[in-house]
Ligand binder design. Structure first.
Ligand SMILES: [Zn+2]
Length: 410
């Protein structure tokens, strides 16, 4: 059992961390402020603000400076001291690998873009080496740029369109690229040793779901499911991401929905991805050639255009896929009872075609009880949902524990 004094110090350090994060988040969202103003906006006492800001100034997270006389003090000759986040020498780095492209994004702590590079990797199936070479090149370019503009990278996130598990985290399998388990962070570090030792590997759908959820105030129970590179998903319950006991929650693309269906790369039969994944739908819509020549994003955009235009082959490809998607959403609705289901990837543009199919699948006894299916909402962040999620996640982590910032300055 924990002794009272140890317990007491744990509580007080939690409170201190909470107050520090309140203060830095206030400065991040509202810009430079005086100590008096900070006391008003955070609700902390002036004494607490004085002590906390002194600690943050000492370690270099905050900087103070005279910012001219305040209107209230005009004529007194006194200038007020404003505190600002000393964040102009810091950066967040996000790498993203999807079925077509390796992306590097460098942003300020507030999330403003400093550099974005994208390189097609050519998708050689089952050959991780050449693809990781391309990703390592984008990493190298971003780190060189950070050094050139004098920014220290405080948090590095590598986003993959695949499930991630283990400690250290590895890619479990990437069905878009035909990869088995692979230590992507280790492979990247072998090519570019400057990759931070605490770089994080994250699946795209979890980050995208958190980003979309942050734009839906008041919705605490939400499912996210998307299709671009493969099919991915995530559940938000009680306002928080459901991670699962093995970090595998949200693998909705591998729900075996079709009895005695086609074999899936995961080893099961009849997974949702085998009947509604982008490869199947694009093939059946006659868009394989466009996918090869112009890439997945362009081909999926063309699929949506043809569906809207009533193209027979596109509609014939979409019909069975959307029916299996609706059946899967019905299973998930009965499992999670969400207030909303957010569709991402190209499905965001087809919510009106999915919603009536799900409505038809509500169990009759539930209809009799007046039960309505969850709202089907279009994701609003488009192709950048996971990148945005990664940046916002890194920003919140750093601002929640601002003393980390000082630890990383040396
Ligand atoms: Zn599967």
């Amino acid at each position: 059992m924990m002794s009272p004094s140890r317990d007491g110090s744990r509580v007080s350090s939690d409170i201190r961390r909470h107050n520090l994060s309140l203060l830095t988040r206030q400065l991040a969202s509202n810009g430079p402020q005086s100590r008096t103003r900070l006391a008003e906006t955070t609700g902390l006492t002036k004494g607490a603000i004085t002590a906390l800001t002194a600690a943050l100034v000492e370690v270099g997270v905050l900087r103070e400076g005279d910012e001219g006389a305040s209107p209230a003090r005009a004529g007194t000759g006194r200038k007020r001291t404003l505190l600002r986040l000393a964040a102009d020498d810091m950066a967040i780095l996000v790498l993203q690998l999807d079925a077509d492209v390796a992306t590097a994004l460098l942003t300020t702590l507030a999330g403003d873009e400093l550099l974005r590079t994208e390189r097609h990797h050519g998708r050689p199936m089952g050959q991780p080496g050449p693809i990781i070479d391309v990703l390592a090149d984008t990493l190298r370019g971003a780190l060189d740029e950070a050094a050139r503009i004098g920014r220290r990278v405080l948090d590095s996130v590598v986003v993959v369109f695949a499930p991630v598990s283990g400690d250290p985290a590895i890619v479990v399998a990437d069905t878009d690229l035909d990869w088995g388990p692979i230590d992507l962070l280790g492979e990247l570090r072998a090519r570019e040793p400057r990759l931070a030792p605490d770089a994080r590997l994250c699946p795209d759908a979890a980050l995208a779901a958190q980003a979309e959820h942050s734009l839906l105030p008041g919705i605490d129970e939400m499912l996210y499911i998307k299709s671009n590179s493969g099919i991915g998903g995530a559940a938000i319950a009680g306002g928080r991401l459901v991670v699962g006991s093995r970090s595998m929650a949200g693998a909705f693309g591998h729900i075996a929905i079709v009895p005695n269906g086609e074999p899936c790369l995961c080893g099961q039969h009849g997974c949702l991805v085998t009947v509604a994944g982008p490869d199947v739908v694009l093939r059946d819509a006659g868009l394989d050639g466009l996918r090869q020549s112009a890439g997945l994003t362009v081909a999926l955009g063309e699929l949506v255009r043809r569906l809207r235009a009533g193209d027979e082959q596109a509609v014939a490809a979409w019909e069975p896929a959307s029916e299996w998607l609706a059946r899967t959403l019905s299973v998930l609705t009965l499992s999670f009872d969400p207030a909303a289901i957010v569709l991402g990837g190209y499905w965001a543009e087809l919510t009106d075609l999915v919603e009536p199919r799900l409505r038809r699948l509500v169990p009759p006894i539930a209809v009799a009880a007046g039960w309505t299916p969850p709202a089907i909402l279009a994701g609003t962040l488009g192709a950048d949902a996971a990148l945005n999620g990664a940046v916002w996640n890194a920003r919140d982590r750093l601002l929640f524990d601002p003393m980390q910032l000082s630890a990383r300055r040396d």
